[in-house]
Design a protein around this ligand. Structure first.
Ligand SMILES: *Cc1c(COP(=O)(O)O)cnc(C)c1O
Length: 469
């Protein structure tokens, strides 16, 4: 293919994706609305695409950009001069490393992490990868961590606890856990305490009147914040900070006992492009603290306007009062939130369904960013229209027998053929078992919603497996 053909083909492939810009995709992507920031990021990523973060002595440019980003982060996160940090590829990697580091520092049998039930799924992944037990404690009022209940669990587990973690704010409900209280619990017991600021860590520093949540709180030993969210940098950049170098030490890996170069890594990746780091450095320096203050103020105002708008629409309610830039909305039983999300997509708005959990019904999650601010009225009118249409359609009906089967199946007992059958019933596979992502997800989501979490996981893994064969 010629370069022209290739670029045309790449552009053609992109047309089936959700839009990344314009502020109408309210999950996955973050748009500052600043064309200049996107432009400088693209140039930086191209300039550094072929550099290799494997060896910071071979590419000192990368080391200096990493240090400068960490310095900036320290200045906004009330960090003292002991706080150090590492640039990682994303929130998940920051969390994986925080868990691995805590596990390796503690050297105990049957290590455990204690978190509220709302902690991000990345902690479950870390627990799974590193042989640590994730012990989640149901949240208390307003979806915030229940400090007393967590303390009881921590004391029951005793020496097994290698890490306590909580969110600022949580992804699902957008609320800030009682960080000061939990940090105190950790501190008096000499335990590590991680604050997951992946989504809020680049918003909270510029908000007025937020509870203390960062290194200003005694007892916070590590903190993660994603730059590829609200720092509006291209994907592939997060920060993991530790309160001092001793706490971070087990994060590093070296291996000399083979015939090649001595491998020396600060993160899970070895060879890694310097592109995302350079782009992050570029965007953070372009926007700067005053720029972020302005973007945060637009976003928080937009969030408040969206929240007021939702409360004014019949049949909808806020599941929580938003504390930052995240909104979670529920509907009464005259309509289905899954129908509502399909109808919003028809109108150009992607909103993210969240399945029922711990006795709470399914709801919709909105991640607002600066670029959404100017189209709040359009969003709210699309939402009002969609609600009217969803009420007219009524709730999605699932065959009660199917619902019962989905709730009680044991995925362990199913073979490949059974999964083929189930995927077809769920609407995720067509002729000859070929999987497809249906245009309208309402029906599929409604069925997944009544399935147990275990069945849901197994079905979606079967789906992904076939999708990627
Ligand atoms: C996004 C997010 C993560 C995971 O980050 P990725 O960048 O998707 O790997 C972890 N915690 C919270 C609170 C998040 O919002």
């Amino acid at each position: 293919m010629s370069p022209d053909q290739i670029l045309a083909e790449l552009a053609a492939k992109r047309t089936s994706d959700l839009p990344t810009h314009g502020g109408q995709t309210l999950a996955y992507v973050y748009d500052s609305g600043l064309g200049e920031a996107d432009e400088v990021a693209k140039q930086a990523i191209a300039m550094y695409a072929a550099t290799n973060g494997l060896d910071p002595t071979a590419f000192p440019s990368l080391l200096s950009m990493e240090s400068e980003l960490i310095s900036f982060a320290r200045s906004i996160l009330h960090a003292d001069d002991q706080v150090i940090g590492t640039v990682t590829s994303g929130g998940t990697e920051s969390i994986l490393l925080a868990v691995q580091t805590a596990r390796d520092a503690a050297k105990v049998n049957r290590p455990a992490i204690v978190t509220p039930s709302t902690i991000h799924a990345a902690f479950a992944k870390a627990a799974h990868y590193f042989g640590v037990e994730l012990v989640t404690v149901p949240v208390g009022v307003n979806h915030r961590a229940d400090v007393a209940a967590m303390t009881r669990v921590i004391d029951e587990l005793g020496e097994r606890v290698v890490l306590i973690a909580a969110s600022a704010p949580s992804y699902a409900h957008g609320v800030i856990d009682p960080i000061t209280e939990l940090a105190a619990v950790a501190r008096v017991r000499g335990l590590r305490f991680h604050v997951d600021g992946c989504i809020g860590g680049w918003v909270l520093p510029w908000m007025e009147e937020v509870p203390a949540w960062d290194f200003a709180v005694p007892g916070v030993t590590s903190l993660s914040v994603d730059l590829h969210k609200y720092a509006y940098t291209p994907k592939g950049v997060s920060l993991l900070l530790h309160a001092n170098p001793q706490l971070r030490r087990p994060q590093f890996f070296a291996h000399a006992n083979w015939p090649g170069y001595t491998m020396l890594n600060s993160t899970t990746q070895s060879t890694k492009s310097g592109g995302p780091l350079a782009a992050a450095w570029a965007v953070v320096n372009l926007i700067g603290s005053d720029g972020y203050r302005e973007l945060v103020s637009q976003t928080v105002d937009a969030t408040a306007a969206v929240a007021r708008g939702i409360e004014a629409i019949d049949h909808l309610h806020l599941v929580e009062q938003p504390e930052t830039s995240l909104v979670v909305l529920g509907a009464d039983d005259t309509l289905d939130v899954f129908t509502l999300s399909d109808l919003m997509l028809d109108r150009g708005w992607f909103v993210q369904p969240q399945m029922q959990f711990a006795g709470e019904p399914a709801n919709l999650h909105l991640t607002l960013c600066a670029a959404t601010a100017e189209s709040v009225p359009q969003f709210l009118s699309a939402l009002a229209e969609s609600v009217t249409e969803a009420v007219a359609r009524g709730p999605i009906q699932i065959d009660p027998l199917l619902a019962q089967a989905a709730a009680s199946l044991d995925p362990e007992t199913l073979d490949d053929e059974a999964f083929d059958g189930l995927l077809a019933i769920a609407g995720l596979a067509g002729e000859g078992g070929k999987v497809q992502a249906p245009e309208r997800l309402g029906q599929v989501n409604a069925l997944l919603d009544v399935a147990s979490p275990e069945v849901r996981e197994a079905l979606l893994i079967a789906f992904l497996d076939r999708l990627t064969r």
